[in-house]
Write a protein that binds this ligand. Structure first.
Ligand code: NAP
Length: 474
């Protein structure tokens, strides 16, 4: 596989990167393992200081980073800028809170003495990340694990090598020791070899089910822990008393942000029948206002897709959906620009047999369903093999939250846009994966929760209940 930056707006090959050799991988593993030993002796606080430096360096280089990201995978420059700042926010948050979260926790026990859980590093991790948020995906795993003291090897997507290398360089420049994050242009086989290596203790992947299955099975065979952040077909439920101005304002953004190439994008709009016509009309109106063009130009509001292949695959999915009976309410026409543009498209009449009902469409396609009861809305929201996120709009937010709690996903936002912030856990259930990134849960993903029970001497009358006592010879 070739690691290349091909600008999806100009189709120009900007830069190609050679694959890593096995020898380089071996060196990275060795460096990572040595660093793990060093990290064990270093106070967490010191890594917090370095992580703050990383946040500052990211902010210092924000323009350069944002441009590189837009050229790598095409997103709007303003969105790249937002992503870069979010990385700095994540780094600062873990730098501020990591030490506290990693302090030992005392537990009440009937054992003699005191008991506590200490939070230790586990060792080198393999990190496999996708192109859609080239920096943020790195930072979600890097910041908490750097605080813990787990060195990381990164295999980023083959189409965002420039962003991957830039972030790795910044981390090093900001004072993180060599091996904290080693970006490598690895083949799939090398990723498997790294996971099989005894020095690697876990793997985190964000990406498709295909990638997830490959990495999780290699890790499973070798009894190593994983976190999986996979695909989604998130519902956006509009109840009959929702504020339709708010709904209209949020719905199009929630689908077209990042040109719809987002795991938590609102891919299924589930709308009560009394507001359905208005919803479709206003979504259409907002979809029709976006302006395709150079993503570096601040006047552009819809960017190209990340690669030619992504656009072609999406077109195939839309064609199949239409063949199976979907109605195109808006879009699905060519955009007369050389870049990999896909016109924002609205589909309705998607029934259960339509492939669009079950398959994630990773681009600017909104599918709208009409329902006549709230129960029907919940059942439709849950009729998916995925379970990542979701949005509910309701006149009463308490009632919206009751509906949200019945949706089988990892995160739901009521009367709101979808947030991703370091203090909020991120992740899903079902085929959207398992484990959480960000927040305290993400901080603990690859931690050895080590129990220490400490007494001055054993109490012979309190030997773990009758079990030990009865097995002792008289
Ligand atoms: P992908 O093909 O799985 O790629 C993601 C990463 O996995 C890339 O670095 C890719 O490398 C690597 N990869 C794929 N197969 C692999 C294998 N057999 N062994 C080792 N590495 C492998 O995912 P994508 O289709 O580009 O990304 C979009 C998907 O990610 C969507 O389904 C989206 O919903 C999901 N996603 C989920 C989240 C979340 O947090 N839940 C966030 C963003 C995206 P190459 O690039 O070299 O193939």
């Amino acid at each position: 596989m070739a690691y290349q930056t091909v600008n999806p707006y100009t189709n120009e090959l900007v830069k190609e990167y050679p694959n890593a050799t096995d020898q380089q991988l071996e060196e990275a593993l060795k460096t990572g393992q040595n660093l793990y030993e060093e990290f064990k002796k270093q106070p967490v606080k010191e890594r917090g200081e370095i992580l703050h430096n990383i946040a500052s360096k990211i902010r210092e280089k924000a323009d350069e980073l944002a441009r590189a990201c837009t050229i790598d995978m095409g997103k709007l420059l303003t969105e790249s800028q937002g992503e870069v700042e979010l990385c700095a926010v994540i780094a600062d948050w873990f730098a501020d809170h990591g030490e506290e979260m990693l302090k030992p926790e005392e537990i009440e026990t009937t054992a003699t003495g005191t008991a506590e859980i200490q939070h230790h590093a586990t060792g080198v991790l393999m990190m496999v990340e996708p192109w859609n948020f080239p920096y943020y995906q790195i930072m979600r795993v890097f910041a908490p694990n750097f605080m813990v003291g787990n060195p990381m090897i990164l295999k980023h997507a083959s189409n965002t090598p420039t962003s991957a290398q830039m972030m790795a360089d910044i981390i090093l420049e900001a004072g993180a020791p060599k091996g904290s994050l080693t970006n490598m242009f690895l083949t799939y086989d090398q990723v498997t070899a790294a996971i099989e290596d005894p020095r690697v203790q876990g793997a985190a992947l964000t990406g498709s089910e295909r990638g997830g299955e490959a990495v999780a099975s290699a890790a499973g065979k070798n009894l190593k822990k994983t976190t999986m952040e996979l695909g989604g077909m998130d519902p956006f439920v509009v109840l009959d008393d929702a504020d339709m101005d708010d709904v209209a304002d949020i719905a199009w953004r929630s689908r077209l942000y990042n040109t719809g190439q987002e795991c938590t994008s609102s891919k299924r709009f589930i709308v009560m029948e009394n507001v359905y016509d208005e919803f479709v009309e206003r979504l259409k109106e907002n979809f029709s206002k976006v302006k395709a063009g150079d993503p570096l130009d601040p006047n552009t509001t819809i960017a190209p897709m990340n690669t030619k292949k992504a656009k072609e695959d999406l077109q195939k999915q839309v064609d199949e959906a239409v063949k199976a009976g979907a109605e195109v309410v808006y879009g699905n026409e060519p955009i007369d620009l050389p870049g990999q543009f896909f016109m924002p498209t609205i589909l309705t009449n998607v029934d259960r047999d339509n492939p669009a009902y079950t398959t994630e469409m990773f681009g600017p396609i909104g599918v709208v369903y009409k329902v006549s009861t709230e129960q029907e809305a919940i059942e439709l929201a849950n009729d998916s093999s995925y379970g990542l996120g979701g949005v509910v709009f309701a006149g009463d937010s308490e009632h919206g939250a009751e509906v949200a709690s019945q949706i089988e996903t990892g995160m739901v936002f009521v009367n709101n846009f979808r947030y991703s912030l370091p203090e909020l856990p991120f992740g899903g259930v079902k085929r959207s994966g398992y484990g959480r990134e960000m927040s305290r849960l993400g901080q603990m993903a690859f931690v050895n929760e080590k129990l220490i029970v400490k007494a001055d001497k054993p109490d012979m009358n309190n030997l773990a209940g009758g079990l030990v006592a009865s097995s002792n010879p008289e």
